[in-house]
Design a protein around this ligand. Structure first.
Ligand code: ARG
Length: 272
């Protein structure tokens, strides 16, 4: 995670951002601290990246890149990190800061070709021995072959169709080995088939539920840390045995991001 020292809405690169809307810096800081504490209480360890003036969206570390841990046949090998290539120039200067952090922490950093965009774990989420990866608004379909080669794991592309849900992590949330929250109305027909083939049990969010960003949740063990939890979603998650923790991240919704966007999972291992 990256503290929101310099977080504000300075530009508009998604339909939720309005540069005339002010961020309350104290409230942003308190919401960010509450999110970090809730994750720790659920059992997570939180590492931080230094905030950077002029890079307000660096708080959304989900977009740093894609992580894959060492293969089981070489558990001492360095984990891999493939840094994002951002679609919009406003975020491109974040990448060197992410790269520096991962190099300093012993990761093998492998770069995507320069002509391809891919926005990291905002678009590529691990599920069942592969990554499912959304594309169109921020990531290029052609990036997936390269990403797969660099991560040493399969990457299944899912086309996004609704500009409000411009990153895959606003439409899909893996819960455990079998289950996920999903907003199929934000994917094309083929993308729906790709996800249905990969995930045995999907809980389908309706349009209103998706609009609350409830898919943008962080799963720590059996705790789901959510920006909001519509009643029908809460009942299903509880029936499945999950604990729900709702954290208000309203200041970050002004930039089109929520709980999961504010984090990057480092414990990802997809078999190579
Ligand atoms: N303002 C940021 C952007 O538009 C929000 C990023 C949200 N991140 C995410 N993983 N969905 O790039």
């Amino acid at each position: 995670m990256c503290p929101p020292e310099h977080f504000e809405v300075l530009y508009e690169i998604n339909p939720w951002m309005h540069a005339e809307v002010a961020v309350d810096p104290e409230r942003a800081r308190a919401q960010w601290e509450a999110l970090a504490q809730t994750l720790r209480d659920a059992g997570a360890e939180v590492e931080t990246l230094a905030p950077q003036p002029g890079l307000p969206d660096i708080v959304f570390t989900a977009n740093a890149g894609v992580v894959n841990g060492p293969p089981h046949w070489a558990p001492a090998a360095a984990p891999r990190f493939v840094p994002s290539r951002f679609r919009h120039p406003q975020r491109q200067a974040e990448t060197p800061h992410y790269v520096a952090w991962f190099e300093a922490h012993g990761y093998e950093v492998l770069a995507l070709p320069e002509n391809l965009s891919h926005e990291g774990a905002g678009d590529a989420l691990p599920f069942g021995g592969a990554y499912l990866s959304g594309y169109r608004f921020r990531s290029d379909a052609a990036a997936h072959v390269e990403l797969s080669r660099l991560l040493g794991a399969p990457v299944h592309p899912v086309e996004l169709t609704d500009p409000r849900f411009y990153h895959f992590d606003l439409t899909f949330c893996p819960l455990d080995q079998r289950r996920a929250l999903a907003a199929p109305q934000a994917w094309d027909t083929y993308g729906r088939k790709v996800v249905a083939a990969a995930v045995p049990e999907l809980f389908e969010l309706d349009a209103d539920e998706t609009g609350t960003f409830c898919a943008n949740s962080v799963v720590v063990g059996t705790t789901i840390v959510m920006p909001s939890c519509p009643p029908r979603v809460g009942r299903q998650l509880e029936a499945w045995g999950f604990d729900i923790a709702v954290v208000d991240v309203g200041e970050f919704l002004k930039a089109g991001g929520a709980c999961r966007c504010l984090t990057l999972a480092l414990d990802v291992v997809v078999p190579r």
